[in-house]
Design a protein around this ligand. Sequence first.
Ligand code: BGC
Ligand code: CA
Length: 526
Amino acid sequence: SETPWWKGAAIYQIYPRSFMDSNGDGIGDLPGITSRLDHVARLGVDAIWVSPFFASPMKDFGYDVSDYRAVDPIFGTLADFDALVARAHELGLKVLIDQVYSHTSDQHEWFAESRADRTGPKNDWYVWADPKPDGSPPSNWQSVFGGPAWTWDARRRQYYLHNFLSCQPQLNLHNPAVQDAVLDVMRFWLDRGVDGFRIDALNFAMHDPAFTDNPPAPATDRPRTRPFDFQLKRHNQSHPDIPRFIERIRALTDEYEAVFTVAEVGGDEAHAEMKAFTAGETHLNSAYGFNFLYAERLTPGLVCAALAEWPDEEGVGWPSWAFENHDAPRALSRWVEEGDREAFARLKVALLACLRGNAILYQGEELGLLQVEIPFEQLHDPEAIANWPLTLSRDGARTPMPWEEVAGGGFGHEAPWLPHGEENLARAAAVQEGDPHSLLAHTRALLALRKAHPALLYGRVTRCETRGDLLVLGRRHGEDCIRTFFNLGAGEALLGADEAQGTVLTAVNGATTDTLPPYAALVVQI
Ligand code: BGC
Ligand code: CA
């Protein structure tokens, strides 16, 4: 059977609030996205993934949905969405949208009905539980944003579960009626012509009905380096009801043509779930985890360990990889010292283009955007204000796209909802456009190289070797054999005399067939 469009795809994540503002309120919106889609198409990606734009009180900036079928007025209208899809399809871009089934906003009408009445039709659409005899919460589960995962509701006089903010009550997806309701939502968007879905926090979709306490988190003096803390093993992440729910999702998407589904599976040891969610032909097409999103350093060992989780074997799913997204600090600010950022940015794109699996680029990654330290009075990230020290706010990775190097960055307002940051303004798309040596040009070239080689799109991994800071990655698909060398360190790496024999397809940062300067890469067809 022919290879589906999504296998080996490059996907571009758009965070609507920060991509482009079309109506001058300083906040990105759907018409703004539509007006900038030619920039995305010129990158040579196959699809966009649009983060939530649905009706929401915006406590978690749209990941708290109050109406799954409505576009929040701040982002526009359903007609604006239809126009975005039409323009994307005109440009040859598939459209994936985010779907948040694990929880709703507490402003969703379903929650209002559920909390109002213990005996009403929606009384168990959420996870309600009585306190323990001593009045404490039903279990010791913690929200990934910190604090207990249970909040007392005075009206219903019970606790309700929330894995994230207390205004994001957990849907009880064990309940078939709730599954029916969210599958109806998926059908609504499929009928509007979307080509697929990124499914939010899928490994949090179910809970352990016995509310078994988690084991105590291992004692650690590890500083909290991110807003998400998965130290507490969660009983609910691998509940057998999740694959059953996934089979229903797959049955629905199989009713439509060539739909792609990719799940976010967060957490430190999430691989077992990722395999379960994508195994065989009755589950999701792909999943991506946090292997790279929170890594403090990009090492050859990290890459080999990640690739080894997805062997080319019967029944094992197809991975997707992201180095950045709207939650994690920008990779260039995490992985490399300031002086090496330019070189590292080019190497990072080359690596993403050569990994086995789909490549997900977060908006601005093609420009080399950096994490921006946002002054407290400008913080918009609710949990940053409520629970975390400044440095853990997620706003720093959500600064607006800089289109031109002018005040406001050509974003559509001279004072967007977050500051650009001087360094990012200097990396504006217009500054890099037309410069053949820019990271933007390099990104386009590497995605074109990937697209030209079946080994880079679909190839199995024939070699994954680490030698200090050197990573050697071999891939093969039929007659197409590619060997790639990455120097992930600051020293010079030497290649074996015969190693880089073949046709050099691209040399990054001065790589030659026998030496790799710091952060250099070599892609060779052998
Ligand atoms: C999203 C976060 C969000 C959380 C709760 C994550 O998967 O990427 O932005 O806060 O789920 O929906
Ligand atoms: Ca706007």
